[in-house]
Design a protein around this ligand. Structure first.
Ligand code: NAP
Length: 259
């Protein structure tokens, strides 16, 4: 299927690895030029170069912390005209509900709620002016069903979800759609790190921790960044103009819900 976005320009935040990278690759495969971002310049430039070679699209790489105002400014300064925005950042650390202090909540809100909102506010007005735009926010399955040890994530991401629910309906008439993708367990560094915590706590190997988690997913495996990226590219496509303010679980059936 031709996604109809050849020549569009996409900002994909936090995209040197993992799910962000999956989204960047799928958009590039569809012919979109990219602005990519991550904090680590070396891995970011390596990924950007692989995508340039594989897909022949223009890729601008901006090393910056997207959760900070300075980082956002640096990325936006390199953007030019953006048609597609994919919001992403690292997830907050796990922990216990009684241990989190105000600063922990502020950091989680900055990363997983206020940074995407700042970028939406910066880029959506121009999209509206041009009559076309796509925004996809990478959130988490924890928006639909809480993951207790990820309370900071549960809190910050539902805040973003509430903002998107209203805002998406306000901008839709101008041809701009905003939707959220809710990853379940995917095979990325983030998943390795969470499995590593379980392995240490339970005194088991990383492989055993992975197998235990995979067994809880109806498809009995982790998702891949490629599958995730394909869903993102579809939401950014010409075909998705009637999809507004939705939350799509990509979790292999793990969240036990009827609707
Ligand atoms: P990942 O494999 O650890 O990759 C994270 C990417 O984001 C890297 O490119 C990293 O590069 C970049 N990044 C992290 N913090 C950043 C920042 N402050 N500014 C700019 N770039 C940043 O993570 P992932 O698994 O793809 O997860 C992506 C998001 O989905 C996270 O918020 C995660 O919590 C959420 N999620 C993931 C899963 C899963 O199973 N994988 C499930 C549910 C939710 P640098 O470190 O160089 O900056």
């Amino acid at each position: 299927m031709d996604l109809g976005i050849r020549g569009k320009r996409a900002l994909v935040c936090a995209s040197s690895k993992g799910l962000g990278r999956g989204c960047a690759e799928a958009l590039a495969e569809a012919g979109a030029d990219l602005v990519m971002n991550a904090r680590g310049a070396e891995a970011l430039e390596a990924t950007a170069e692989e995508i340039r070679r594989a897909h022949g699209v223009d890729v601008t790489a901006v090393a910056a912390d997207i959760t900070s105002a300075d980082g956002q400014e640096k990325v936006l300064a390199a953007c030019g005209q953006i048609d597609i925005l994919v919001n992403n950042a690292g997830g907050p650390p796990p922990g216990m509900w009684q241990d989190w202090e105000r600063e922990d909540f502020i950091a989680a809100l900055d990363a997983n709620m206020l940074a995407p909102i700042a970028l939406i506010k910066a880029l959506v007005p121009d999209m509206m002016e041009r009559g076309w735009g796509r925004v996809v926010n990478i959130t988490s399955q924890s928006v639909r069903a809480p993951i207790a040890v990820l309370g900071l994530s549960n809190a910050a991401r539902t805040g973003l979800t509430g903002y998107v629910a209203g805002t998406s309906r306000q901008v839709a008439a101008a041809g701009v759609t905003i939707n959220n993708l809710l990853p379940g367990v995917h095979a990325t560094d983030r998943a390795d790190s969470l499995d590593g915590d379980v392995a240490r706590t339970e005194g088991i190997s990383l492989e055993e921790a992975r197998a235990l988690r995979a067994a809880t997913i109806p498809v009995r495996r982790y998702g891949t960044p490629q599958e995730f990226g394909a869903a993102c590219a579809f939401l950014c496509s010409q075909h998705a103009g009637f999809i507004v303010g939705q939350n799509f679980l990509l979790d292999g059936g793990a969240t036990n819900l009827t609707v």
